[in-house]
Design a protein around this ligand. Sequence first.
Ligand SMILES: Cc1cc2nc3c(=O)[nH]c(=O)nc-3n(C[C@H](O)[C@H](O)[C@H](O)COP(=O)(O)O)c2cc1C
Length: 360
Amino acid sequence: MEDILFSPQQLGAYRLPHRIIMAPLTRSRSKQPGNIPWEMNVEYYRQRSSAALIITEATNISPQGMGYALTPGIYSPDQINGWKGITRGIHKKGSKVFMQLWHVGRISHSSLQPNGVLPVAPSAIRAEGKVFTNEGLQLFETPRALEIEEMTDIVDQYRQAAVNAKEAGFDGVEIHAANGYLLEQFLKDGTNKRTDNYGGSVENRCRLPLEVVAAVTEVWGSDKVGTRISPSGTFNSMSDSNIEETFTFFVEQLNPFNLAYLHVVESFRGSHTNVALNLKLRKIFNGAYMANGGYNAQTAAKSITNGYSDFVSFGIPFIANPDLPERIKAGAPLSEADPSTYYGGNEKGYIDYPFMSTKE
Ligand SMILES: Cc1cc2nc3c(=O)[nH]c(=O)nc-3n(C[C@H](O)[C@H](O)[C@H](O)COP(=O)(O)O)c2cc1C
């Protein structure tokens, strides 16, 4: 039954050898100062390069786009150089890697922003809860609503990051429009109360994300770009009054770009999957559908067999099982990930999870 996971499949420009993808995972272990990827990160990704495709941890496209201490960027020459080591290590193992492009919008804090200014968002609406800063956990602040004149600058940040990712040796990029960050803040009407061309109607709420898709595909070619969405997600205080309308429209508008894939976070952090909507989006979308959220080998195989998805990405299972595809193939038991070492810290809980051969 799980054999289907090991059948090759086209993902945009690439023919992937199997269906098991490593989902983007923020691990907050870049080198300081400068938020630079370094040797420890090279080893982490190298260990996991039996994934058919690795999607990197969310990566800050600009200093303004940063919202969590210790997360890496792709805007400085040192960061680009650091990423080169990672892409080289993955390519040596014969795998592919896409960079996830990230602007957090309001999910930041003035202490993390250049010159201590307020984070930006579609509208001045504060997220509930706390943010991980260099001074520990602090309450979110009310963000500053972006001026309409600033939209081209946001698009330029994505475009430049896409150019930099190319220089760093990536095989493609994933636009992060999920989990409550800037682009999803525009898509969903709980966070977007704008009355200009970038808010209000679903067409207007989709405008900035689609401008970003246009800019990034211009840099990369459409068959090396994917987009990640989380229609039913509520993480980071997100809400939308009509997710079916919003995401049906958005995905229809993605089709002319002929993207490589649509990556759908079907469930995460307490949000419940909406099977009917996922299936509808899968049917509308003209590229590969990558499912994510709480899958195991059996449910992933079932999803592909039933035609619900083409690929399945695994997050937490890849944290604790660097050789996840081999384990699934062998029907071997999986190690449990330790949440206390998800974010920040050192090698522990990062590059010391055992491989199957060293497990017994
Ligand atoms: C530690 C951790 C870090 C994560 N970082 C990211 C991220 O950087 N970008 C993103 O889109 N999702 C991120 N996610 C969500 C995962 O990609 C995935 O959607 C989620 O874990 C559900 O899939 P799973 O059940 O296979 O783990 C993260 C999840 C965890 C647990």
